[in-house]
Design a protein around this ligand. Structure first.
Ligand SMILES: [Zn+2]
Length: 118
């Protein structure tokens, strides 16, 4: 149910026209000399919250966090099924991949949100 593929990471926090932005890694783009950094988001904070930089860092970390969660998603404890075939589980909810994540699983919920499945 995803709505496309996100811009490839890594992303970084930068200043652009006085705004705090999250940028994609610079790439060669048709019609532009050299590599160009694309702004993915202009980041806001809550009034007086001084949280703009923290929000920007969290957004910029998203591709890395997604990759980290995908790397560990089914790398929990190792078990063997009734036929002796080994399988691993989600380290958060302890369910096997064939069962899918338990409702409320932190890893399952975060990945579903990132993949546009919720
Ligand atoms: Zn899980």
């Amino acid at each position: 149910m995803g709505c496309g593929k996100a811009t490839k990471g890594p992303w970084s926090v930068a200043k652009f026209d006085g705004n705090t932005v999250v940028q994609a890694e610079p790439v060669l783009a048709h019609g532009f000399p050299g590599k160009v950094s694309w702004n993915i988001a202009i980041v806001m904070g809550t009034p007086g919250g001084r949280d703009k930089q923290a929000n920007a860092r969290m957004m910029a970390a998203a591709p890395d966090l997604l990759a980290a969660l995908e790397a560990v998603e089914w790398q929990g404890s190792m078990f063997k099924d009734l036929e002796g075939k080994p399988y691993t589980t989600c380290p958060a909810c302890r369910r096997a991949k064939v069962e899918g994540h338990a409702p409320g699983c932190l890893i399952g919920n975060a990945l579903a949100k990132a993949r546009g499945e919720v």
